[in-house]
Design a protein around this ligand. Structure first.
Ligand code: ADP
Length: 347
């Protein structure tokens, strides 16, 4: 649906050129929700704005729904842009217009008749759950309600793509959840393709099918959201994931443990299997769980446990091999005390 190839965007500046996006290629499939995460200044917003040509790239090509956007004449581009709605962190609503007028206004540009505009605006308000706010002004609404209005407005021209620029970043956690649920609903009910940029991993975890991590204008890691959460490769990705799944345990507790500390990741249906109890039956080790959590990544379970294994070193090594065989990978985050003192003594 969206094909970006070798997109770069530079801005001339006094001392040196700023490279906001640096040779990024990205493919978003029809009907999926794609997240782009990164810290402020990573180039997310510039990349997103290249998709509807609010920013024209310095180089590269952009294809949306089979159309090469850079080859379009201004009039054709305006039409093509109507197939892409956009919402922003700051809502961008017209303050002097009512909720209904804000939505209807988007239809005026595409020459829909006045009566039809009102009807369609009311339908959209119903879709976003704000049918009772038609004659309110933006100032009378909460942040979440304002974002609902801007979603309704973005959907006015029946777009195929919705671009979301930090859409939940100004909202409290509860409101964020309700807006994410709404985005998921319109993705499913209308088959809308959604690209969202955010610095909040929670949003990605909740609704994105796939995602990319951006740093210094480049995509440094990408994949299915589940794969990224269950086996992140890059340090920055790990840092983002720790903001929602924090499996670190306090230093003091680490110091006090005697045995080998392992981090176990149970992917998908492995969380339901009795791997740990089988392990304790087969090996002469004791297992003490120091931390455990099951998260749901777009409704699929991902379990993370930190376990202390104690016993004869051979048994512990055998237990770790058993776990590796079952789980794919096991991270030893701290060796048992005897090994640790040997290592310390050798230094
Ligand atoms: P993000 O959305 O990840 O915060 P942006 O795309 O807004 O990142 O910005 C990426 C980089 O490009 C930043 O260094 C920013 O200062 C720079 N930049 C963005 N827009 C402009 C502009 N219009 N003129 C000059 N520099 C810009």
């Amino acid at each position: 649906m969206i094909e970006l190839e070798n997109i770069s965007k530079t801005y001339p500046a006094k001392k040196q050129t700023i490279t906001a996006v640096d040779d990024v290629s990205l493919s978003v499939k029809e009907g999926e929700i794609y997240g782009i995460v990164g810290y402020s200044g990573a180039g997310k917003s510039t990349l997103l704005r290249c998709i509807n040509l609010l920013e024209s790239p310095t180089s590269g090509s952009i294809e949306v729904d089979g159309t090469d956007l850079l080859s379009l004449k201004p009039k054709e581009l305006r039409k093509s842009r109507q197939s892409m709605g956009m919402i922003f962190q700051g809502f961008h609503l017209a303050l002097g217009k009512t909720v209904l007028e804000n939505i209807a206004f988007a239809l005026k540009a595409s020459r829909v008749e006045k009566k039809e505009r009102r009807k369609r605006a009311l339908e959209l308000l119903e879709l976003v759950g704000l049918e009772d706010k038609a004659s309110s002004y933006p100032a009378e609404l909460s942040g979440g309600q304002k974002q609902r209005v801007s979603i309704a407005r973005a959907l006015a021209n029946k777009p195929k793509v919705l671009l979301c620029d930090e859409a939940t970043s100004a909202l409290d956690p509860n409101t964020t959840q309700s807006i994410l649920a709404l985005l998921k609903k319109i993705n499913q009910e209308l088959g809308l393709t959604i690209v969202l940029i955010t610095h909040e991993m929670e949003a990605v975890k909740e609704i994105c099918d796939r995602c990319a991590v951006m740093e210094d204008g480049r995509i440094i890691e990408r994949g299915s959201t589940y794969a990224l959460f269950s086996s992140p490769q890059e340090e920055l990705t790990k840092r983002f994931i720790r903001t929602v799944i924090d499996f670190r345990i306090p230093e003091r507790l680490m110091e006090e443990t005697e045995g080998t500390l392992v981090k176990l990741t149970f992917k998908k249906d492995l969380a339901k299997k009795s791997i740990v109890s089988d392990l304790l039956q087969q090996y002469e080790v004791s297992g003490n769980i120091l931390h455990g959590k099951i998260d749901y990544i777009k409704e699929r379970p991902l379990g993370t446990f930190i376990m202390e294994l104690t016993g004869d070193p051979k048994e512990v090594a055998g237990a770790i091999r058993y776990l590796e065989g079952k789980l794919g990978e096991v991270e030893v985050i701290q060796h048992d005390r005897t090994t640790r003192s040997t290592v310390a003594g050798a230094e």
